[in-house]
Design a protein around this ligand. Structure first.
Ligand code: NAP
Length: 288
């Protein structure tokens, strides 16, 4: 769907931003970022660029050559993009993936706003604080790395990362063990989890995403009243996991807030201004 850009005057001073990915036509980032520029009266425009892996180096050089203000990076470029940056922040050093690049004074600086966007969504949408909590994270892929890092910084009591490929869960836990108490297990470790006093369960896997939206990555039969169940997936907005969790009395939290806040942080890195989060959310809600 086309964004409503009628109030944006593109002229020779317009600053260009965008997202690089392959595929890219599904991206909702242009919708939220252009709305943010429009609401804030910033002379900037954000496009979606279909950059294939073999074109990533040229595309990154293009940021410098064409004077883009910055970009978002999505699959499959979040790791390889680091080869073309001048610097990365502390979060990226832990996470090993970049989703936001700032172009400033000729330098390309990599950040990752996925995890901090997720935690901000929990805090602002659910009014929930992770300090002292026991958290189960299902999945250990790219999104999990950012989310677990940001959660680890919130002083939780313990984090259990549970993944189909157990070694990936253990590797992620090892990497973040300087930050908090954390362990990695395989999906067979469900009995171990049931014995813990779990406060929060987060699905970071792609299981349950449309079109296979009747699937769940974890057995929900032990979910109970008072548990927080969160899903990074936002298509569909109500995943099967969230549906079952709600029926069992848990408090649920979907992935749209994370998407909005990761974009809000990127906007704030680029412009130095507070992002108009409510406008960004309502414009994407209207197209989902
Ligand atoms: P990824 O790097 O490919 O990781 C996928 C994860 O899902 C891995 O842990 C993988 O386990 C697991 N998995 C995949 N199929 C599985 C199956 N059949 N059974 C059990 N586990 C399975 O993907 P990602 O980038 O982390 O993205 C994961 C999800 O997060 C996607 O649904 C994406 O839409 C969502 N996401 C949302 C936002 C947001 O803003 N809300 C942002 C980023 C991502 P193995 O390691 O064993 O393969």
């Amino acid at each position: 769907m086309m964004n409503d850009l009628k109030n944006i005057q593109v002229d020779s001073s317009t600053q260009i931003y965008g997202v690089f990915g392959d595929p890219i036509r599904q991206s909702k980032s242009p919708i939220i970022q252009n709305r943010a520029f429009q609401v804030m009266g910033i002379n900037a425009v954000y496009g979606a660029f279909h950059v294939k892996p073999e074109g990533l180096k040229d595309a990154m050089n293009g940021i410098r050559a064409l004077g883009f203000g910055g970009i978002n990076v999505t699959a499959p470029h979040k790791v390889r993009v680091m080869e073309y940056l001048d610097d990365i922040d502390e979060a990226v050093r832990y996470i090993g993936a970049v989703n936001t690049v700032v172009h400033k004074d000729g330098m390309l600086i990599g950040h990752n706003t996925d995890g901090i966007g997720y935690v901000r969504s929990l805090k602002e949408d659910l009014k929930y604080d992770l300090q002292g909590k026991t958290i189960v994270v299902v999945g250990a892929g790219g999104a999990a790395r950012g989310v677990v890092y940001a959660m680890a910084k919130e002083q939780p009591k313990h984090i259990i990362v549970m993944n189909r490929t157990e070694e990936k869960a253990k590797a992620l836990a090892d990497k973040l063990s300087p930050l908090c108490s954390i362990e990695g297990i395989g999906l067979a470790g469900i009995e171990h989890i049931k014995q813990q006093n779990v406060d929060v369960v987060v699905n970071t896997t792609s299981v349950g995403m449309a079109p296979r939206s009747d699937e769940m990555a974890i057995d929900p039969s032990w979910f109970h009243e008072g548990l927080i169940v969160s899903d990074l997936i936002y298509n569909p907005r109500m995943t099967k996991l969230l549906e079952v969790a709600e029926k069992r009395g848990a408090k649920i939290h979907g992935g749209l807030g994370m998407f909005v806040y990761q974009g809000a942080y990127a906007f704030e890195y680029w412009t130095g201004k507070s992002a108009p989060v409510n406008d960004m959310r309502s414009v994407v809600e209207a197209v989902l």
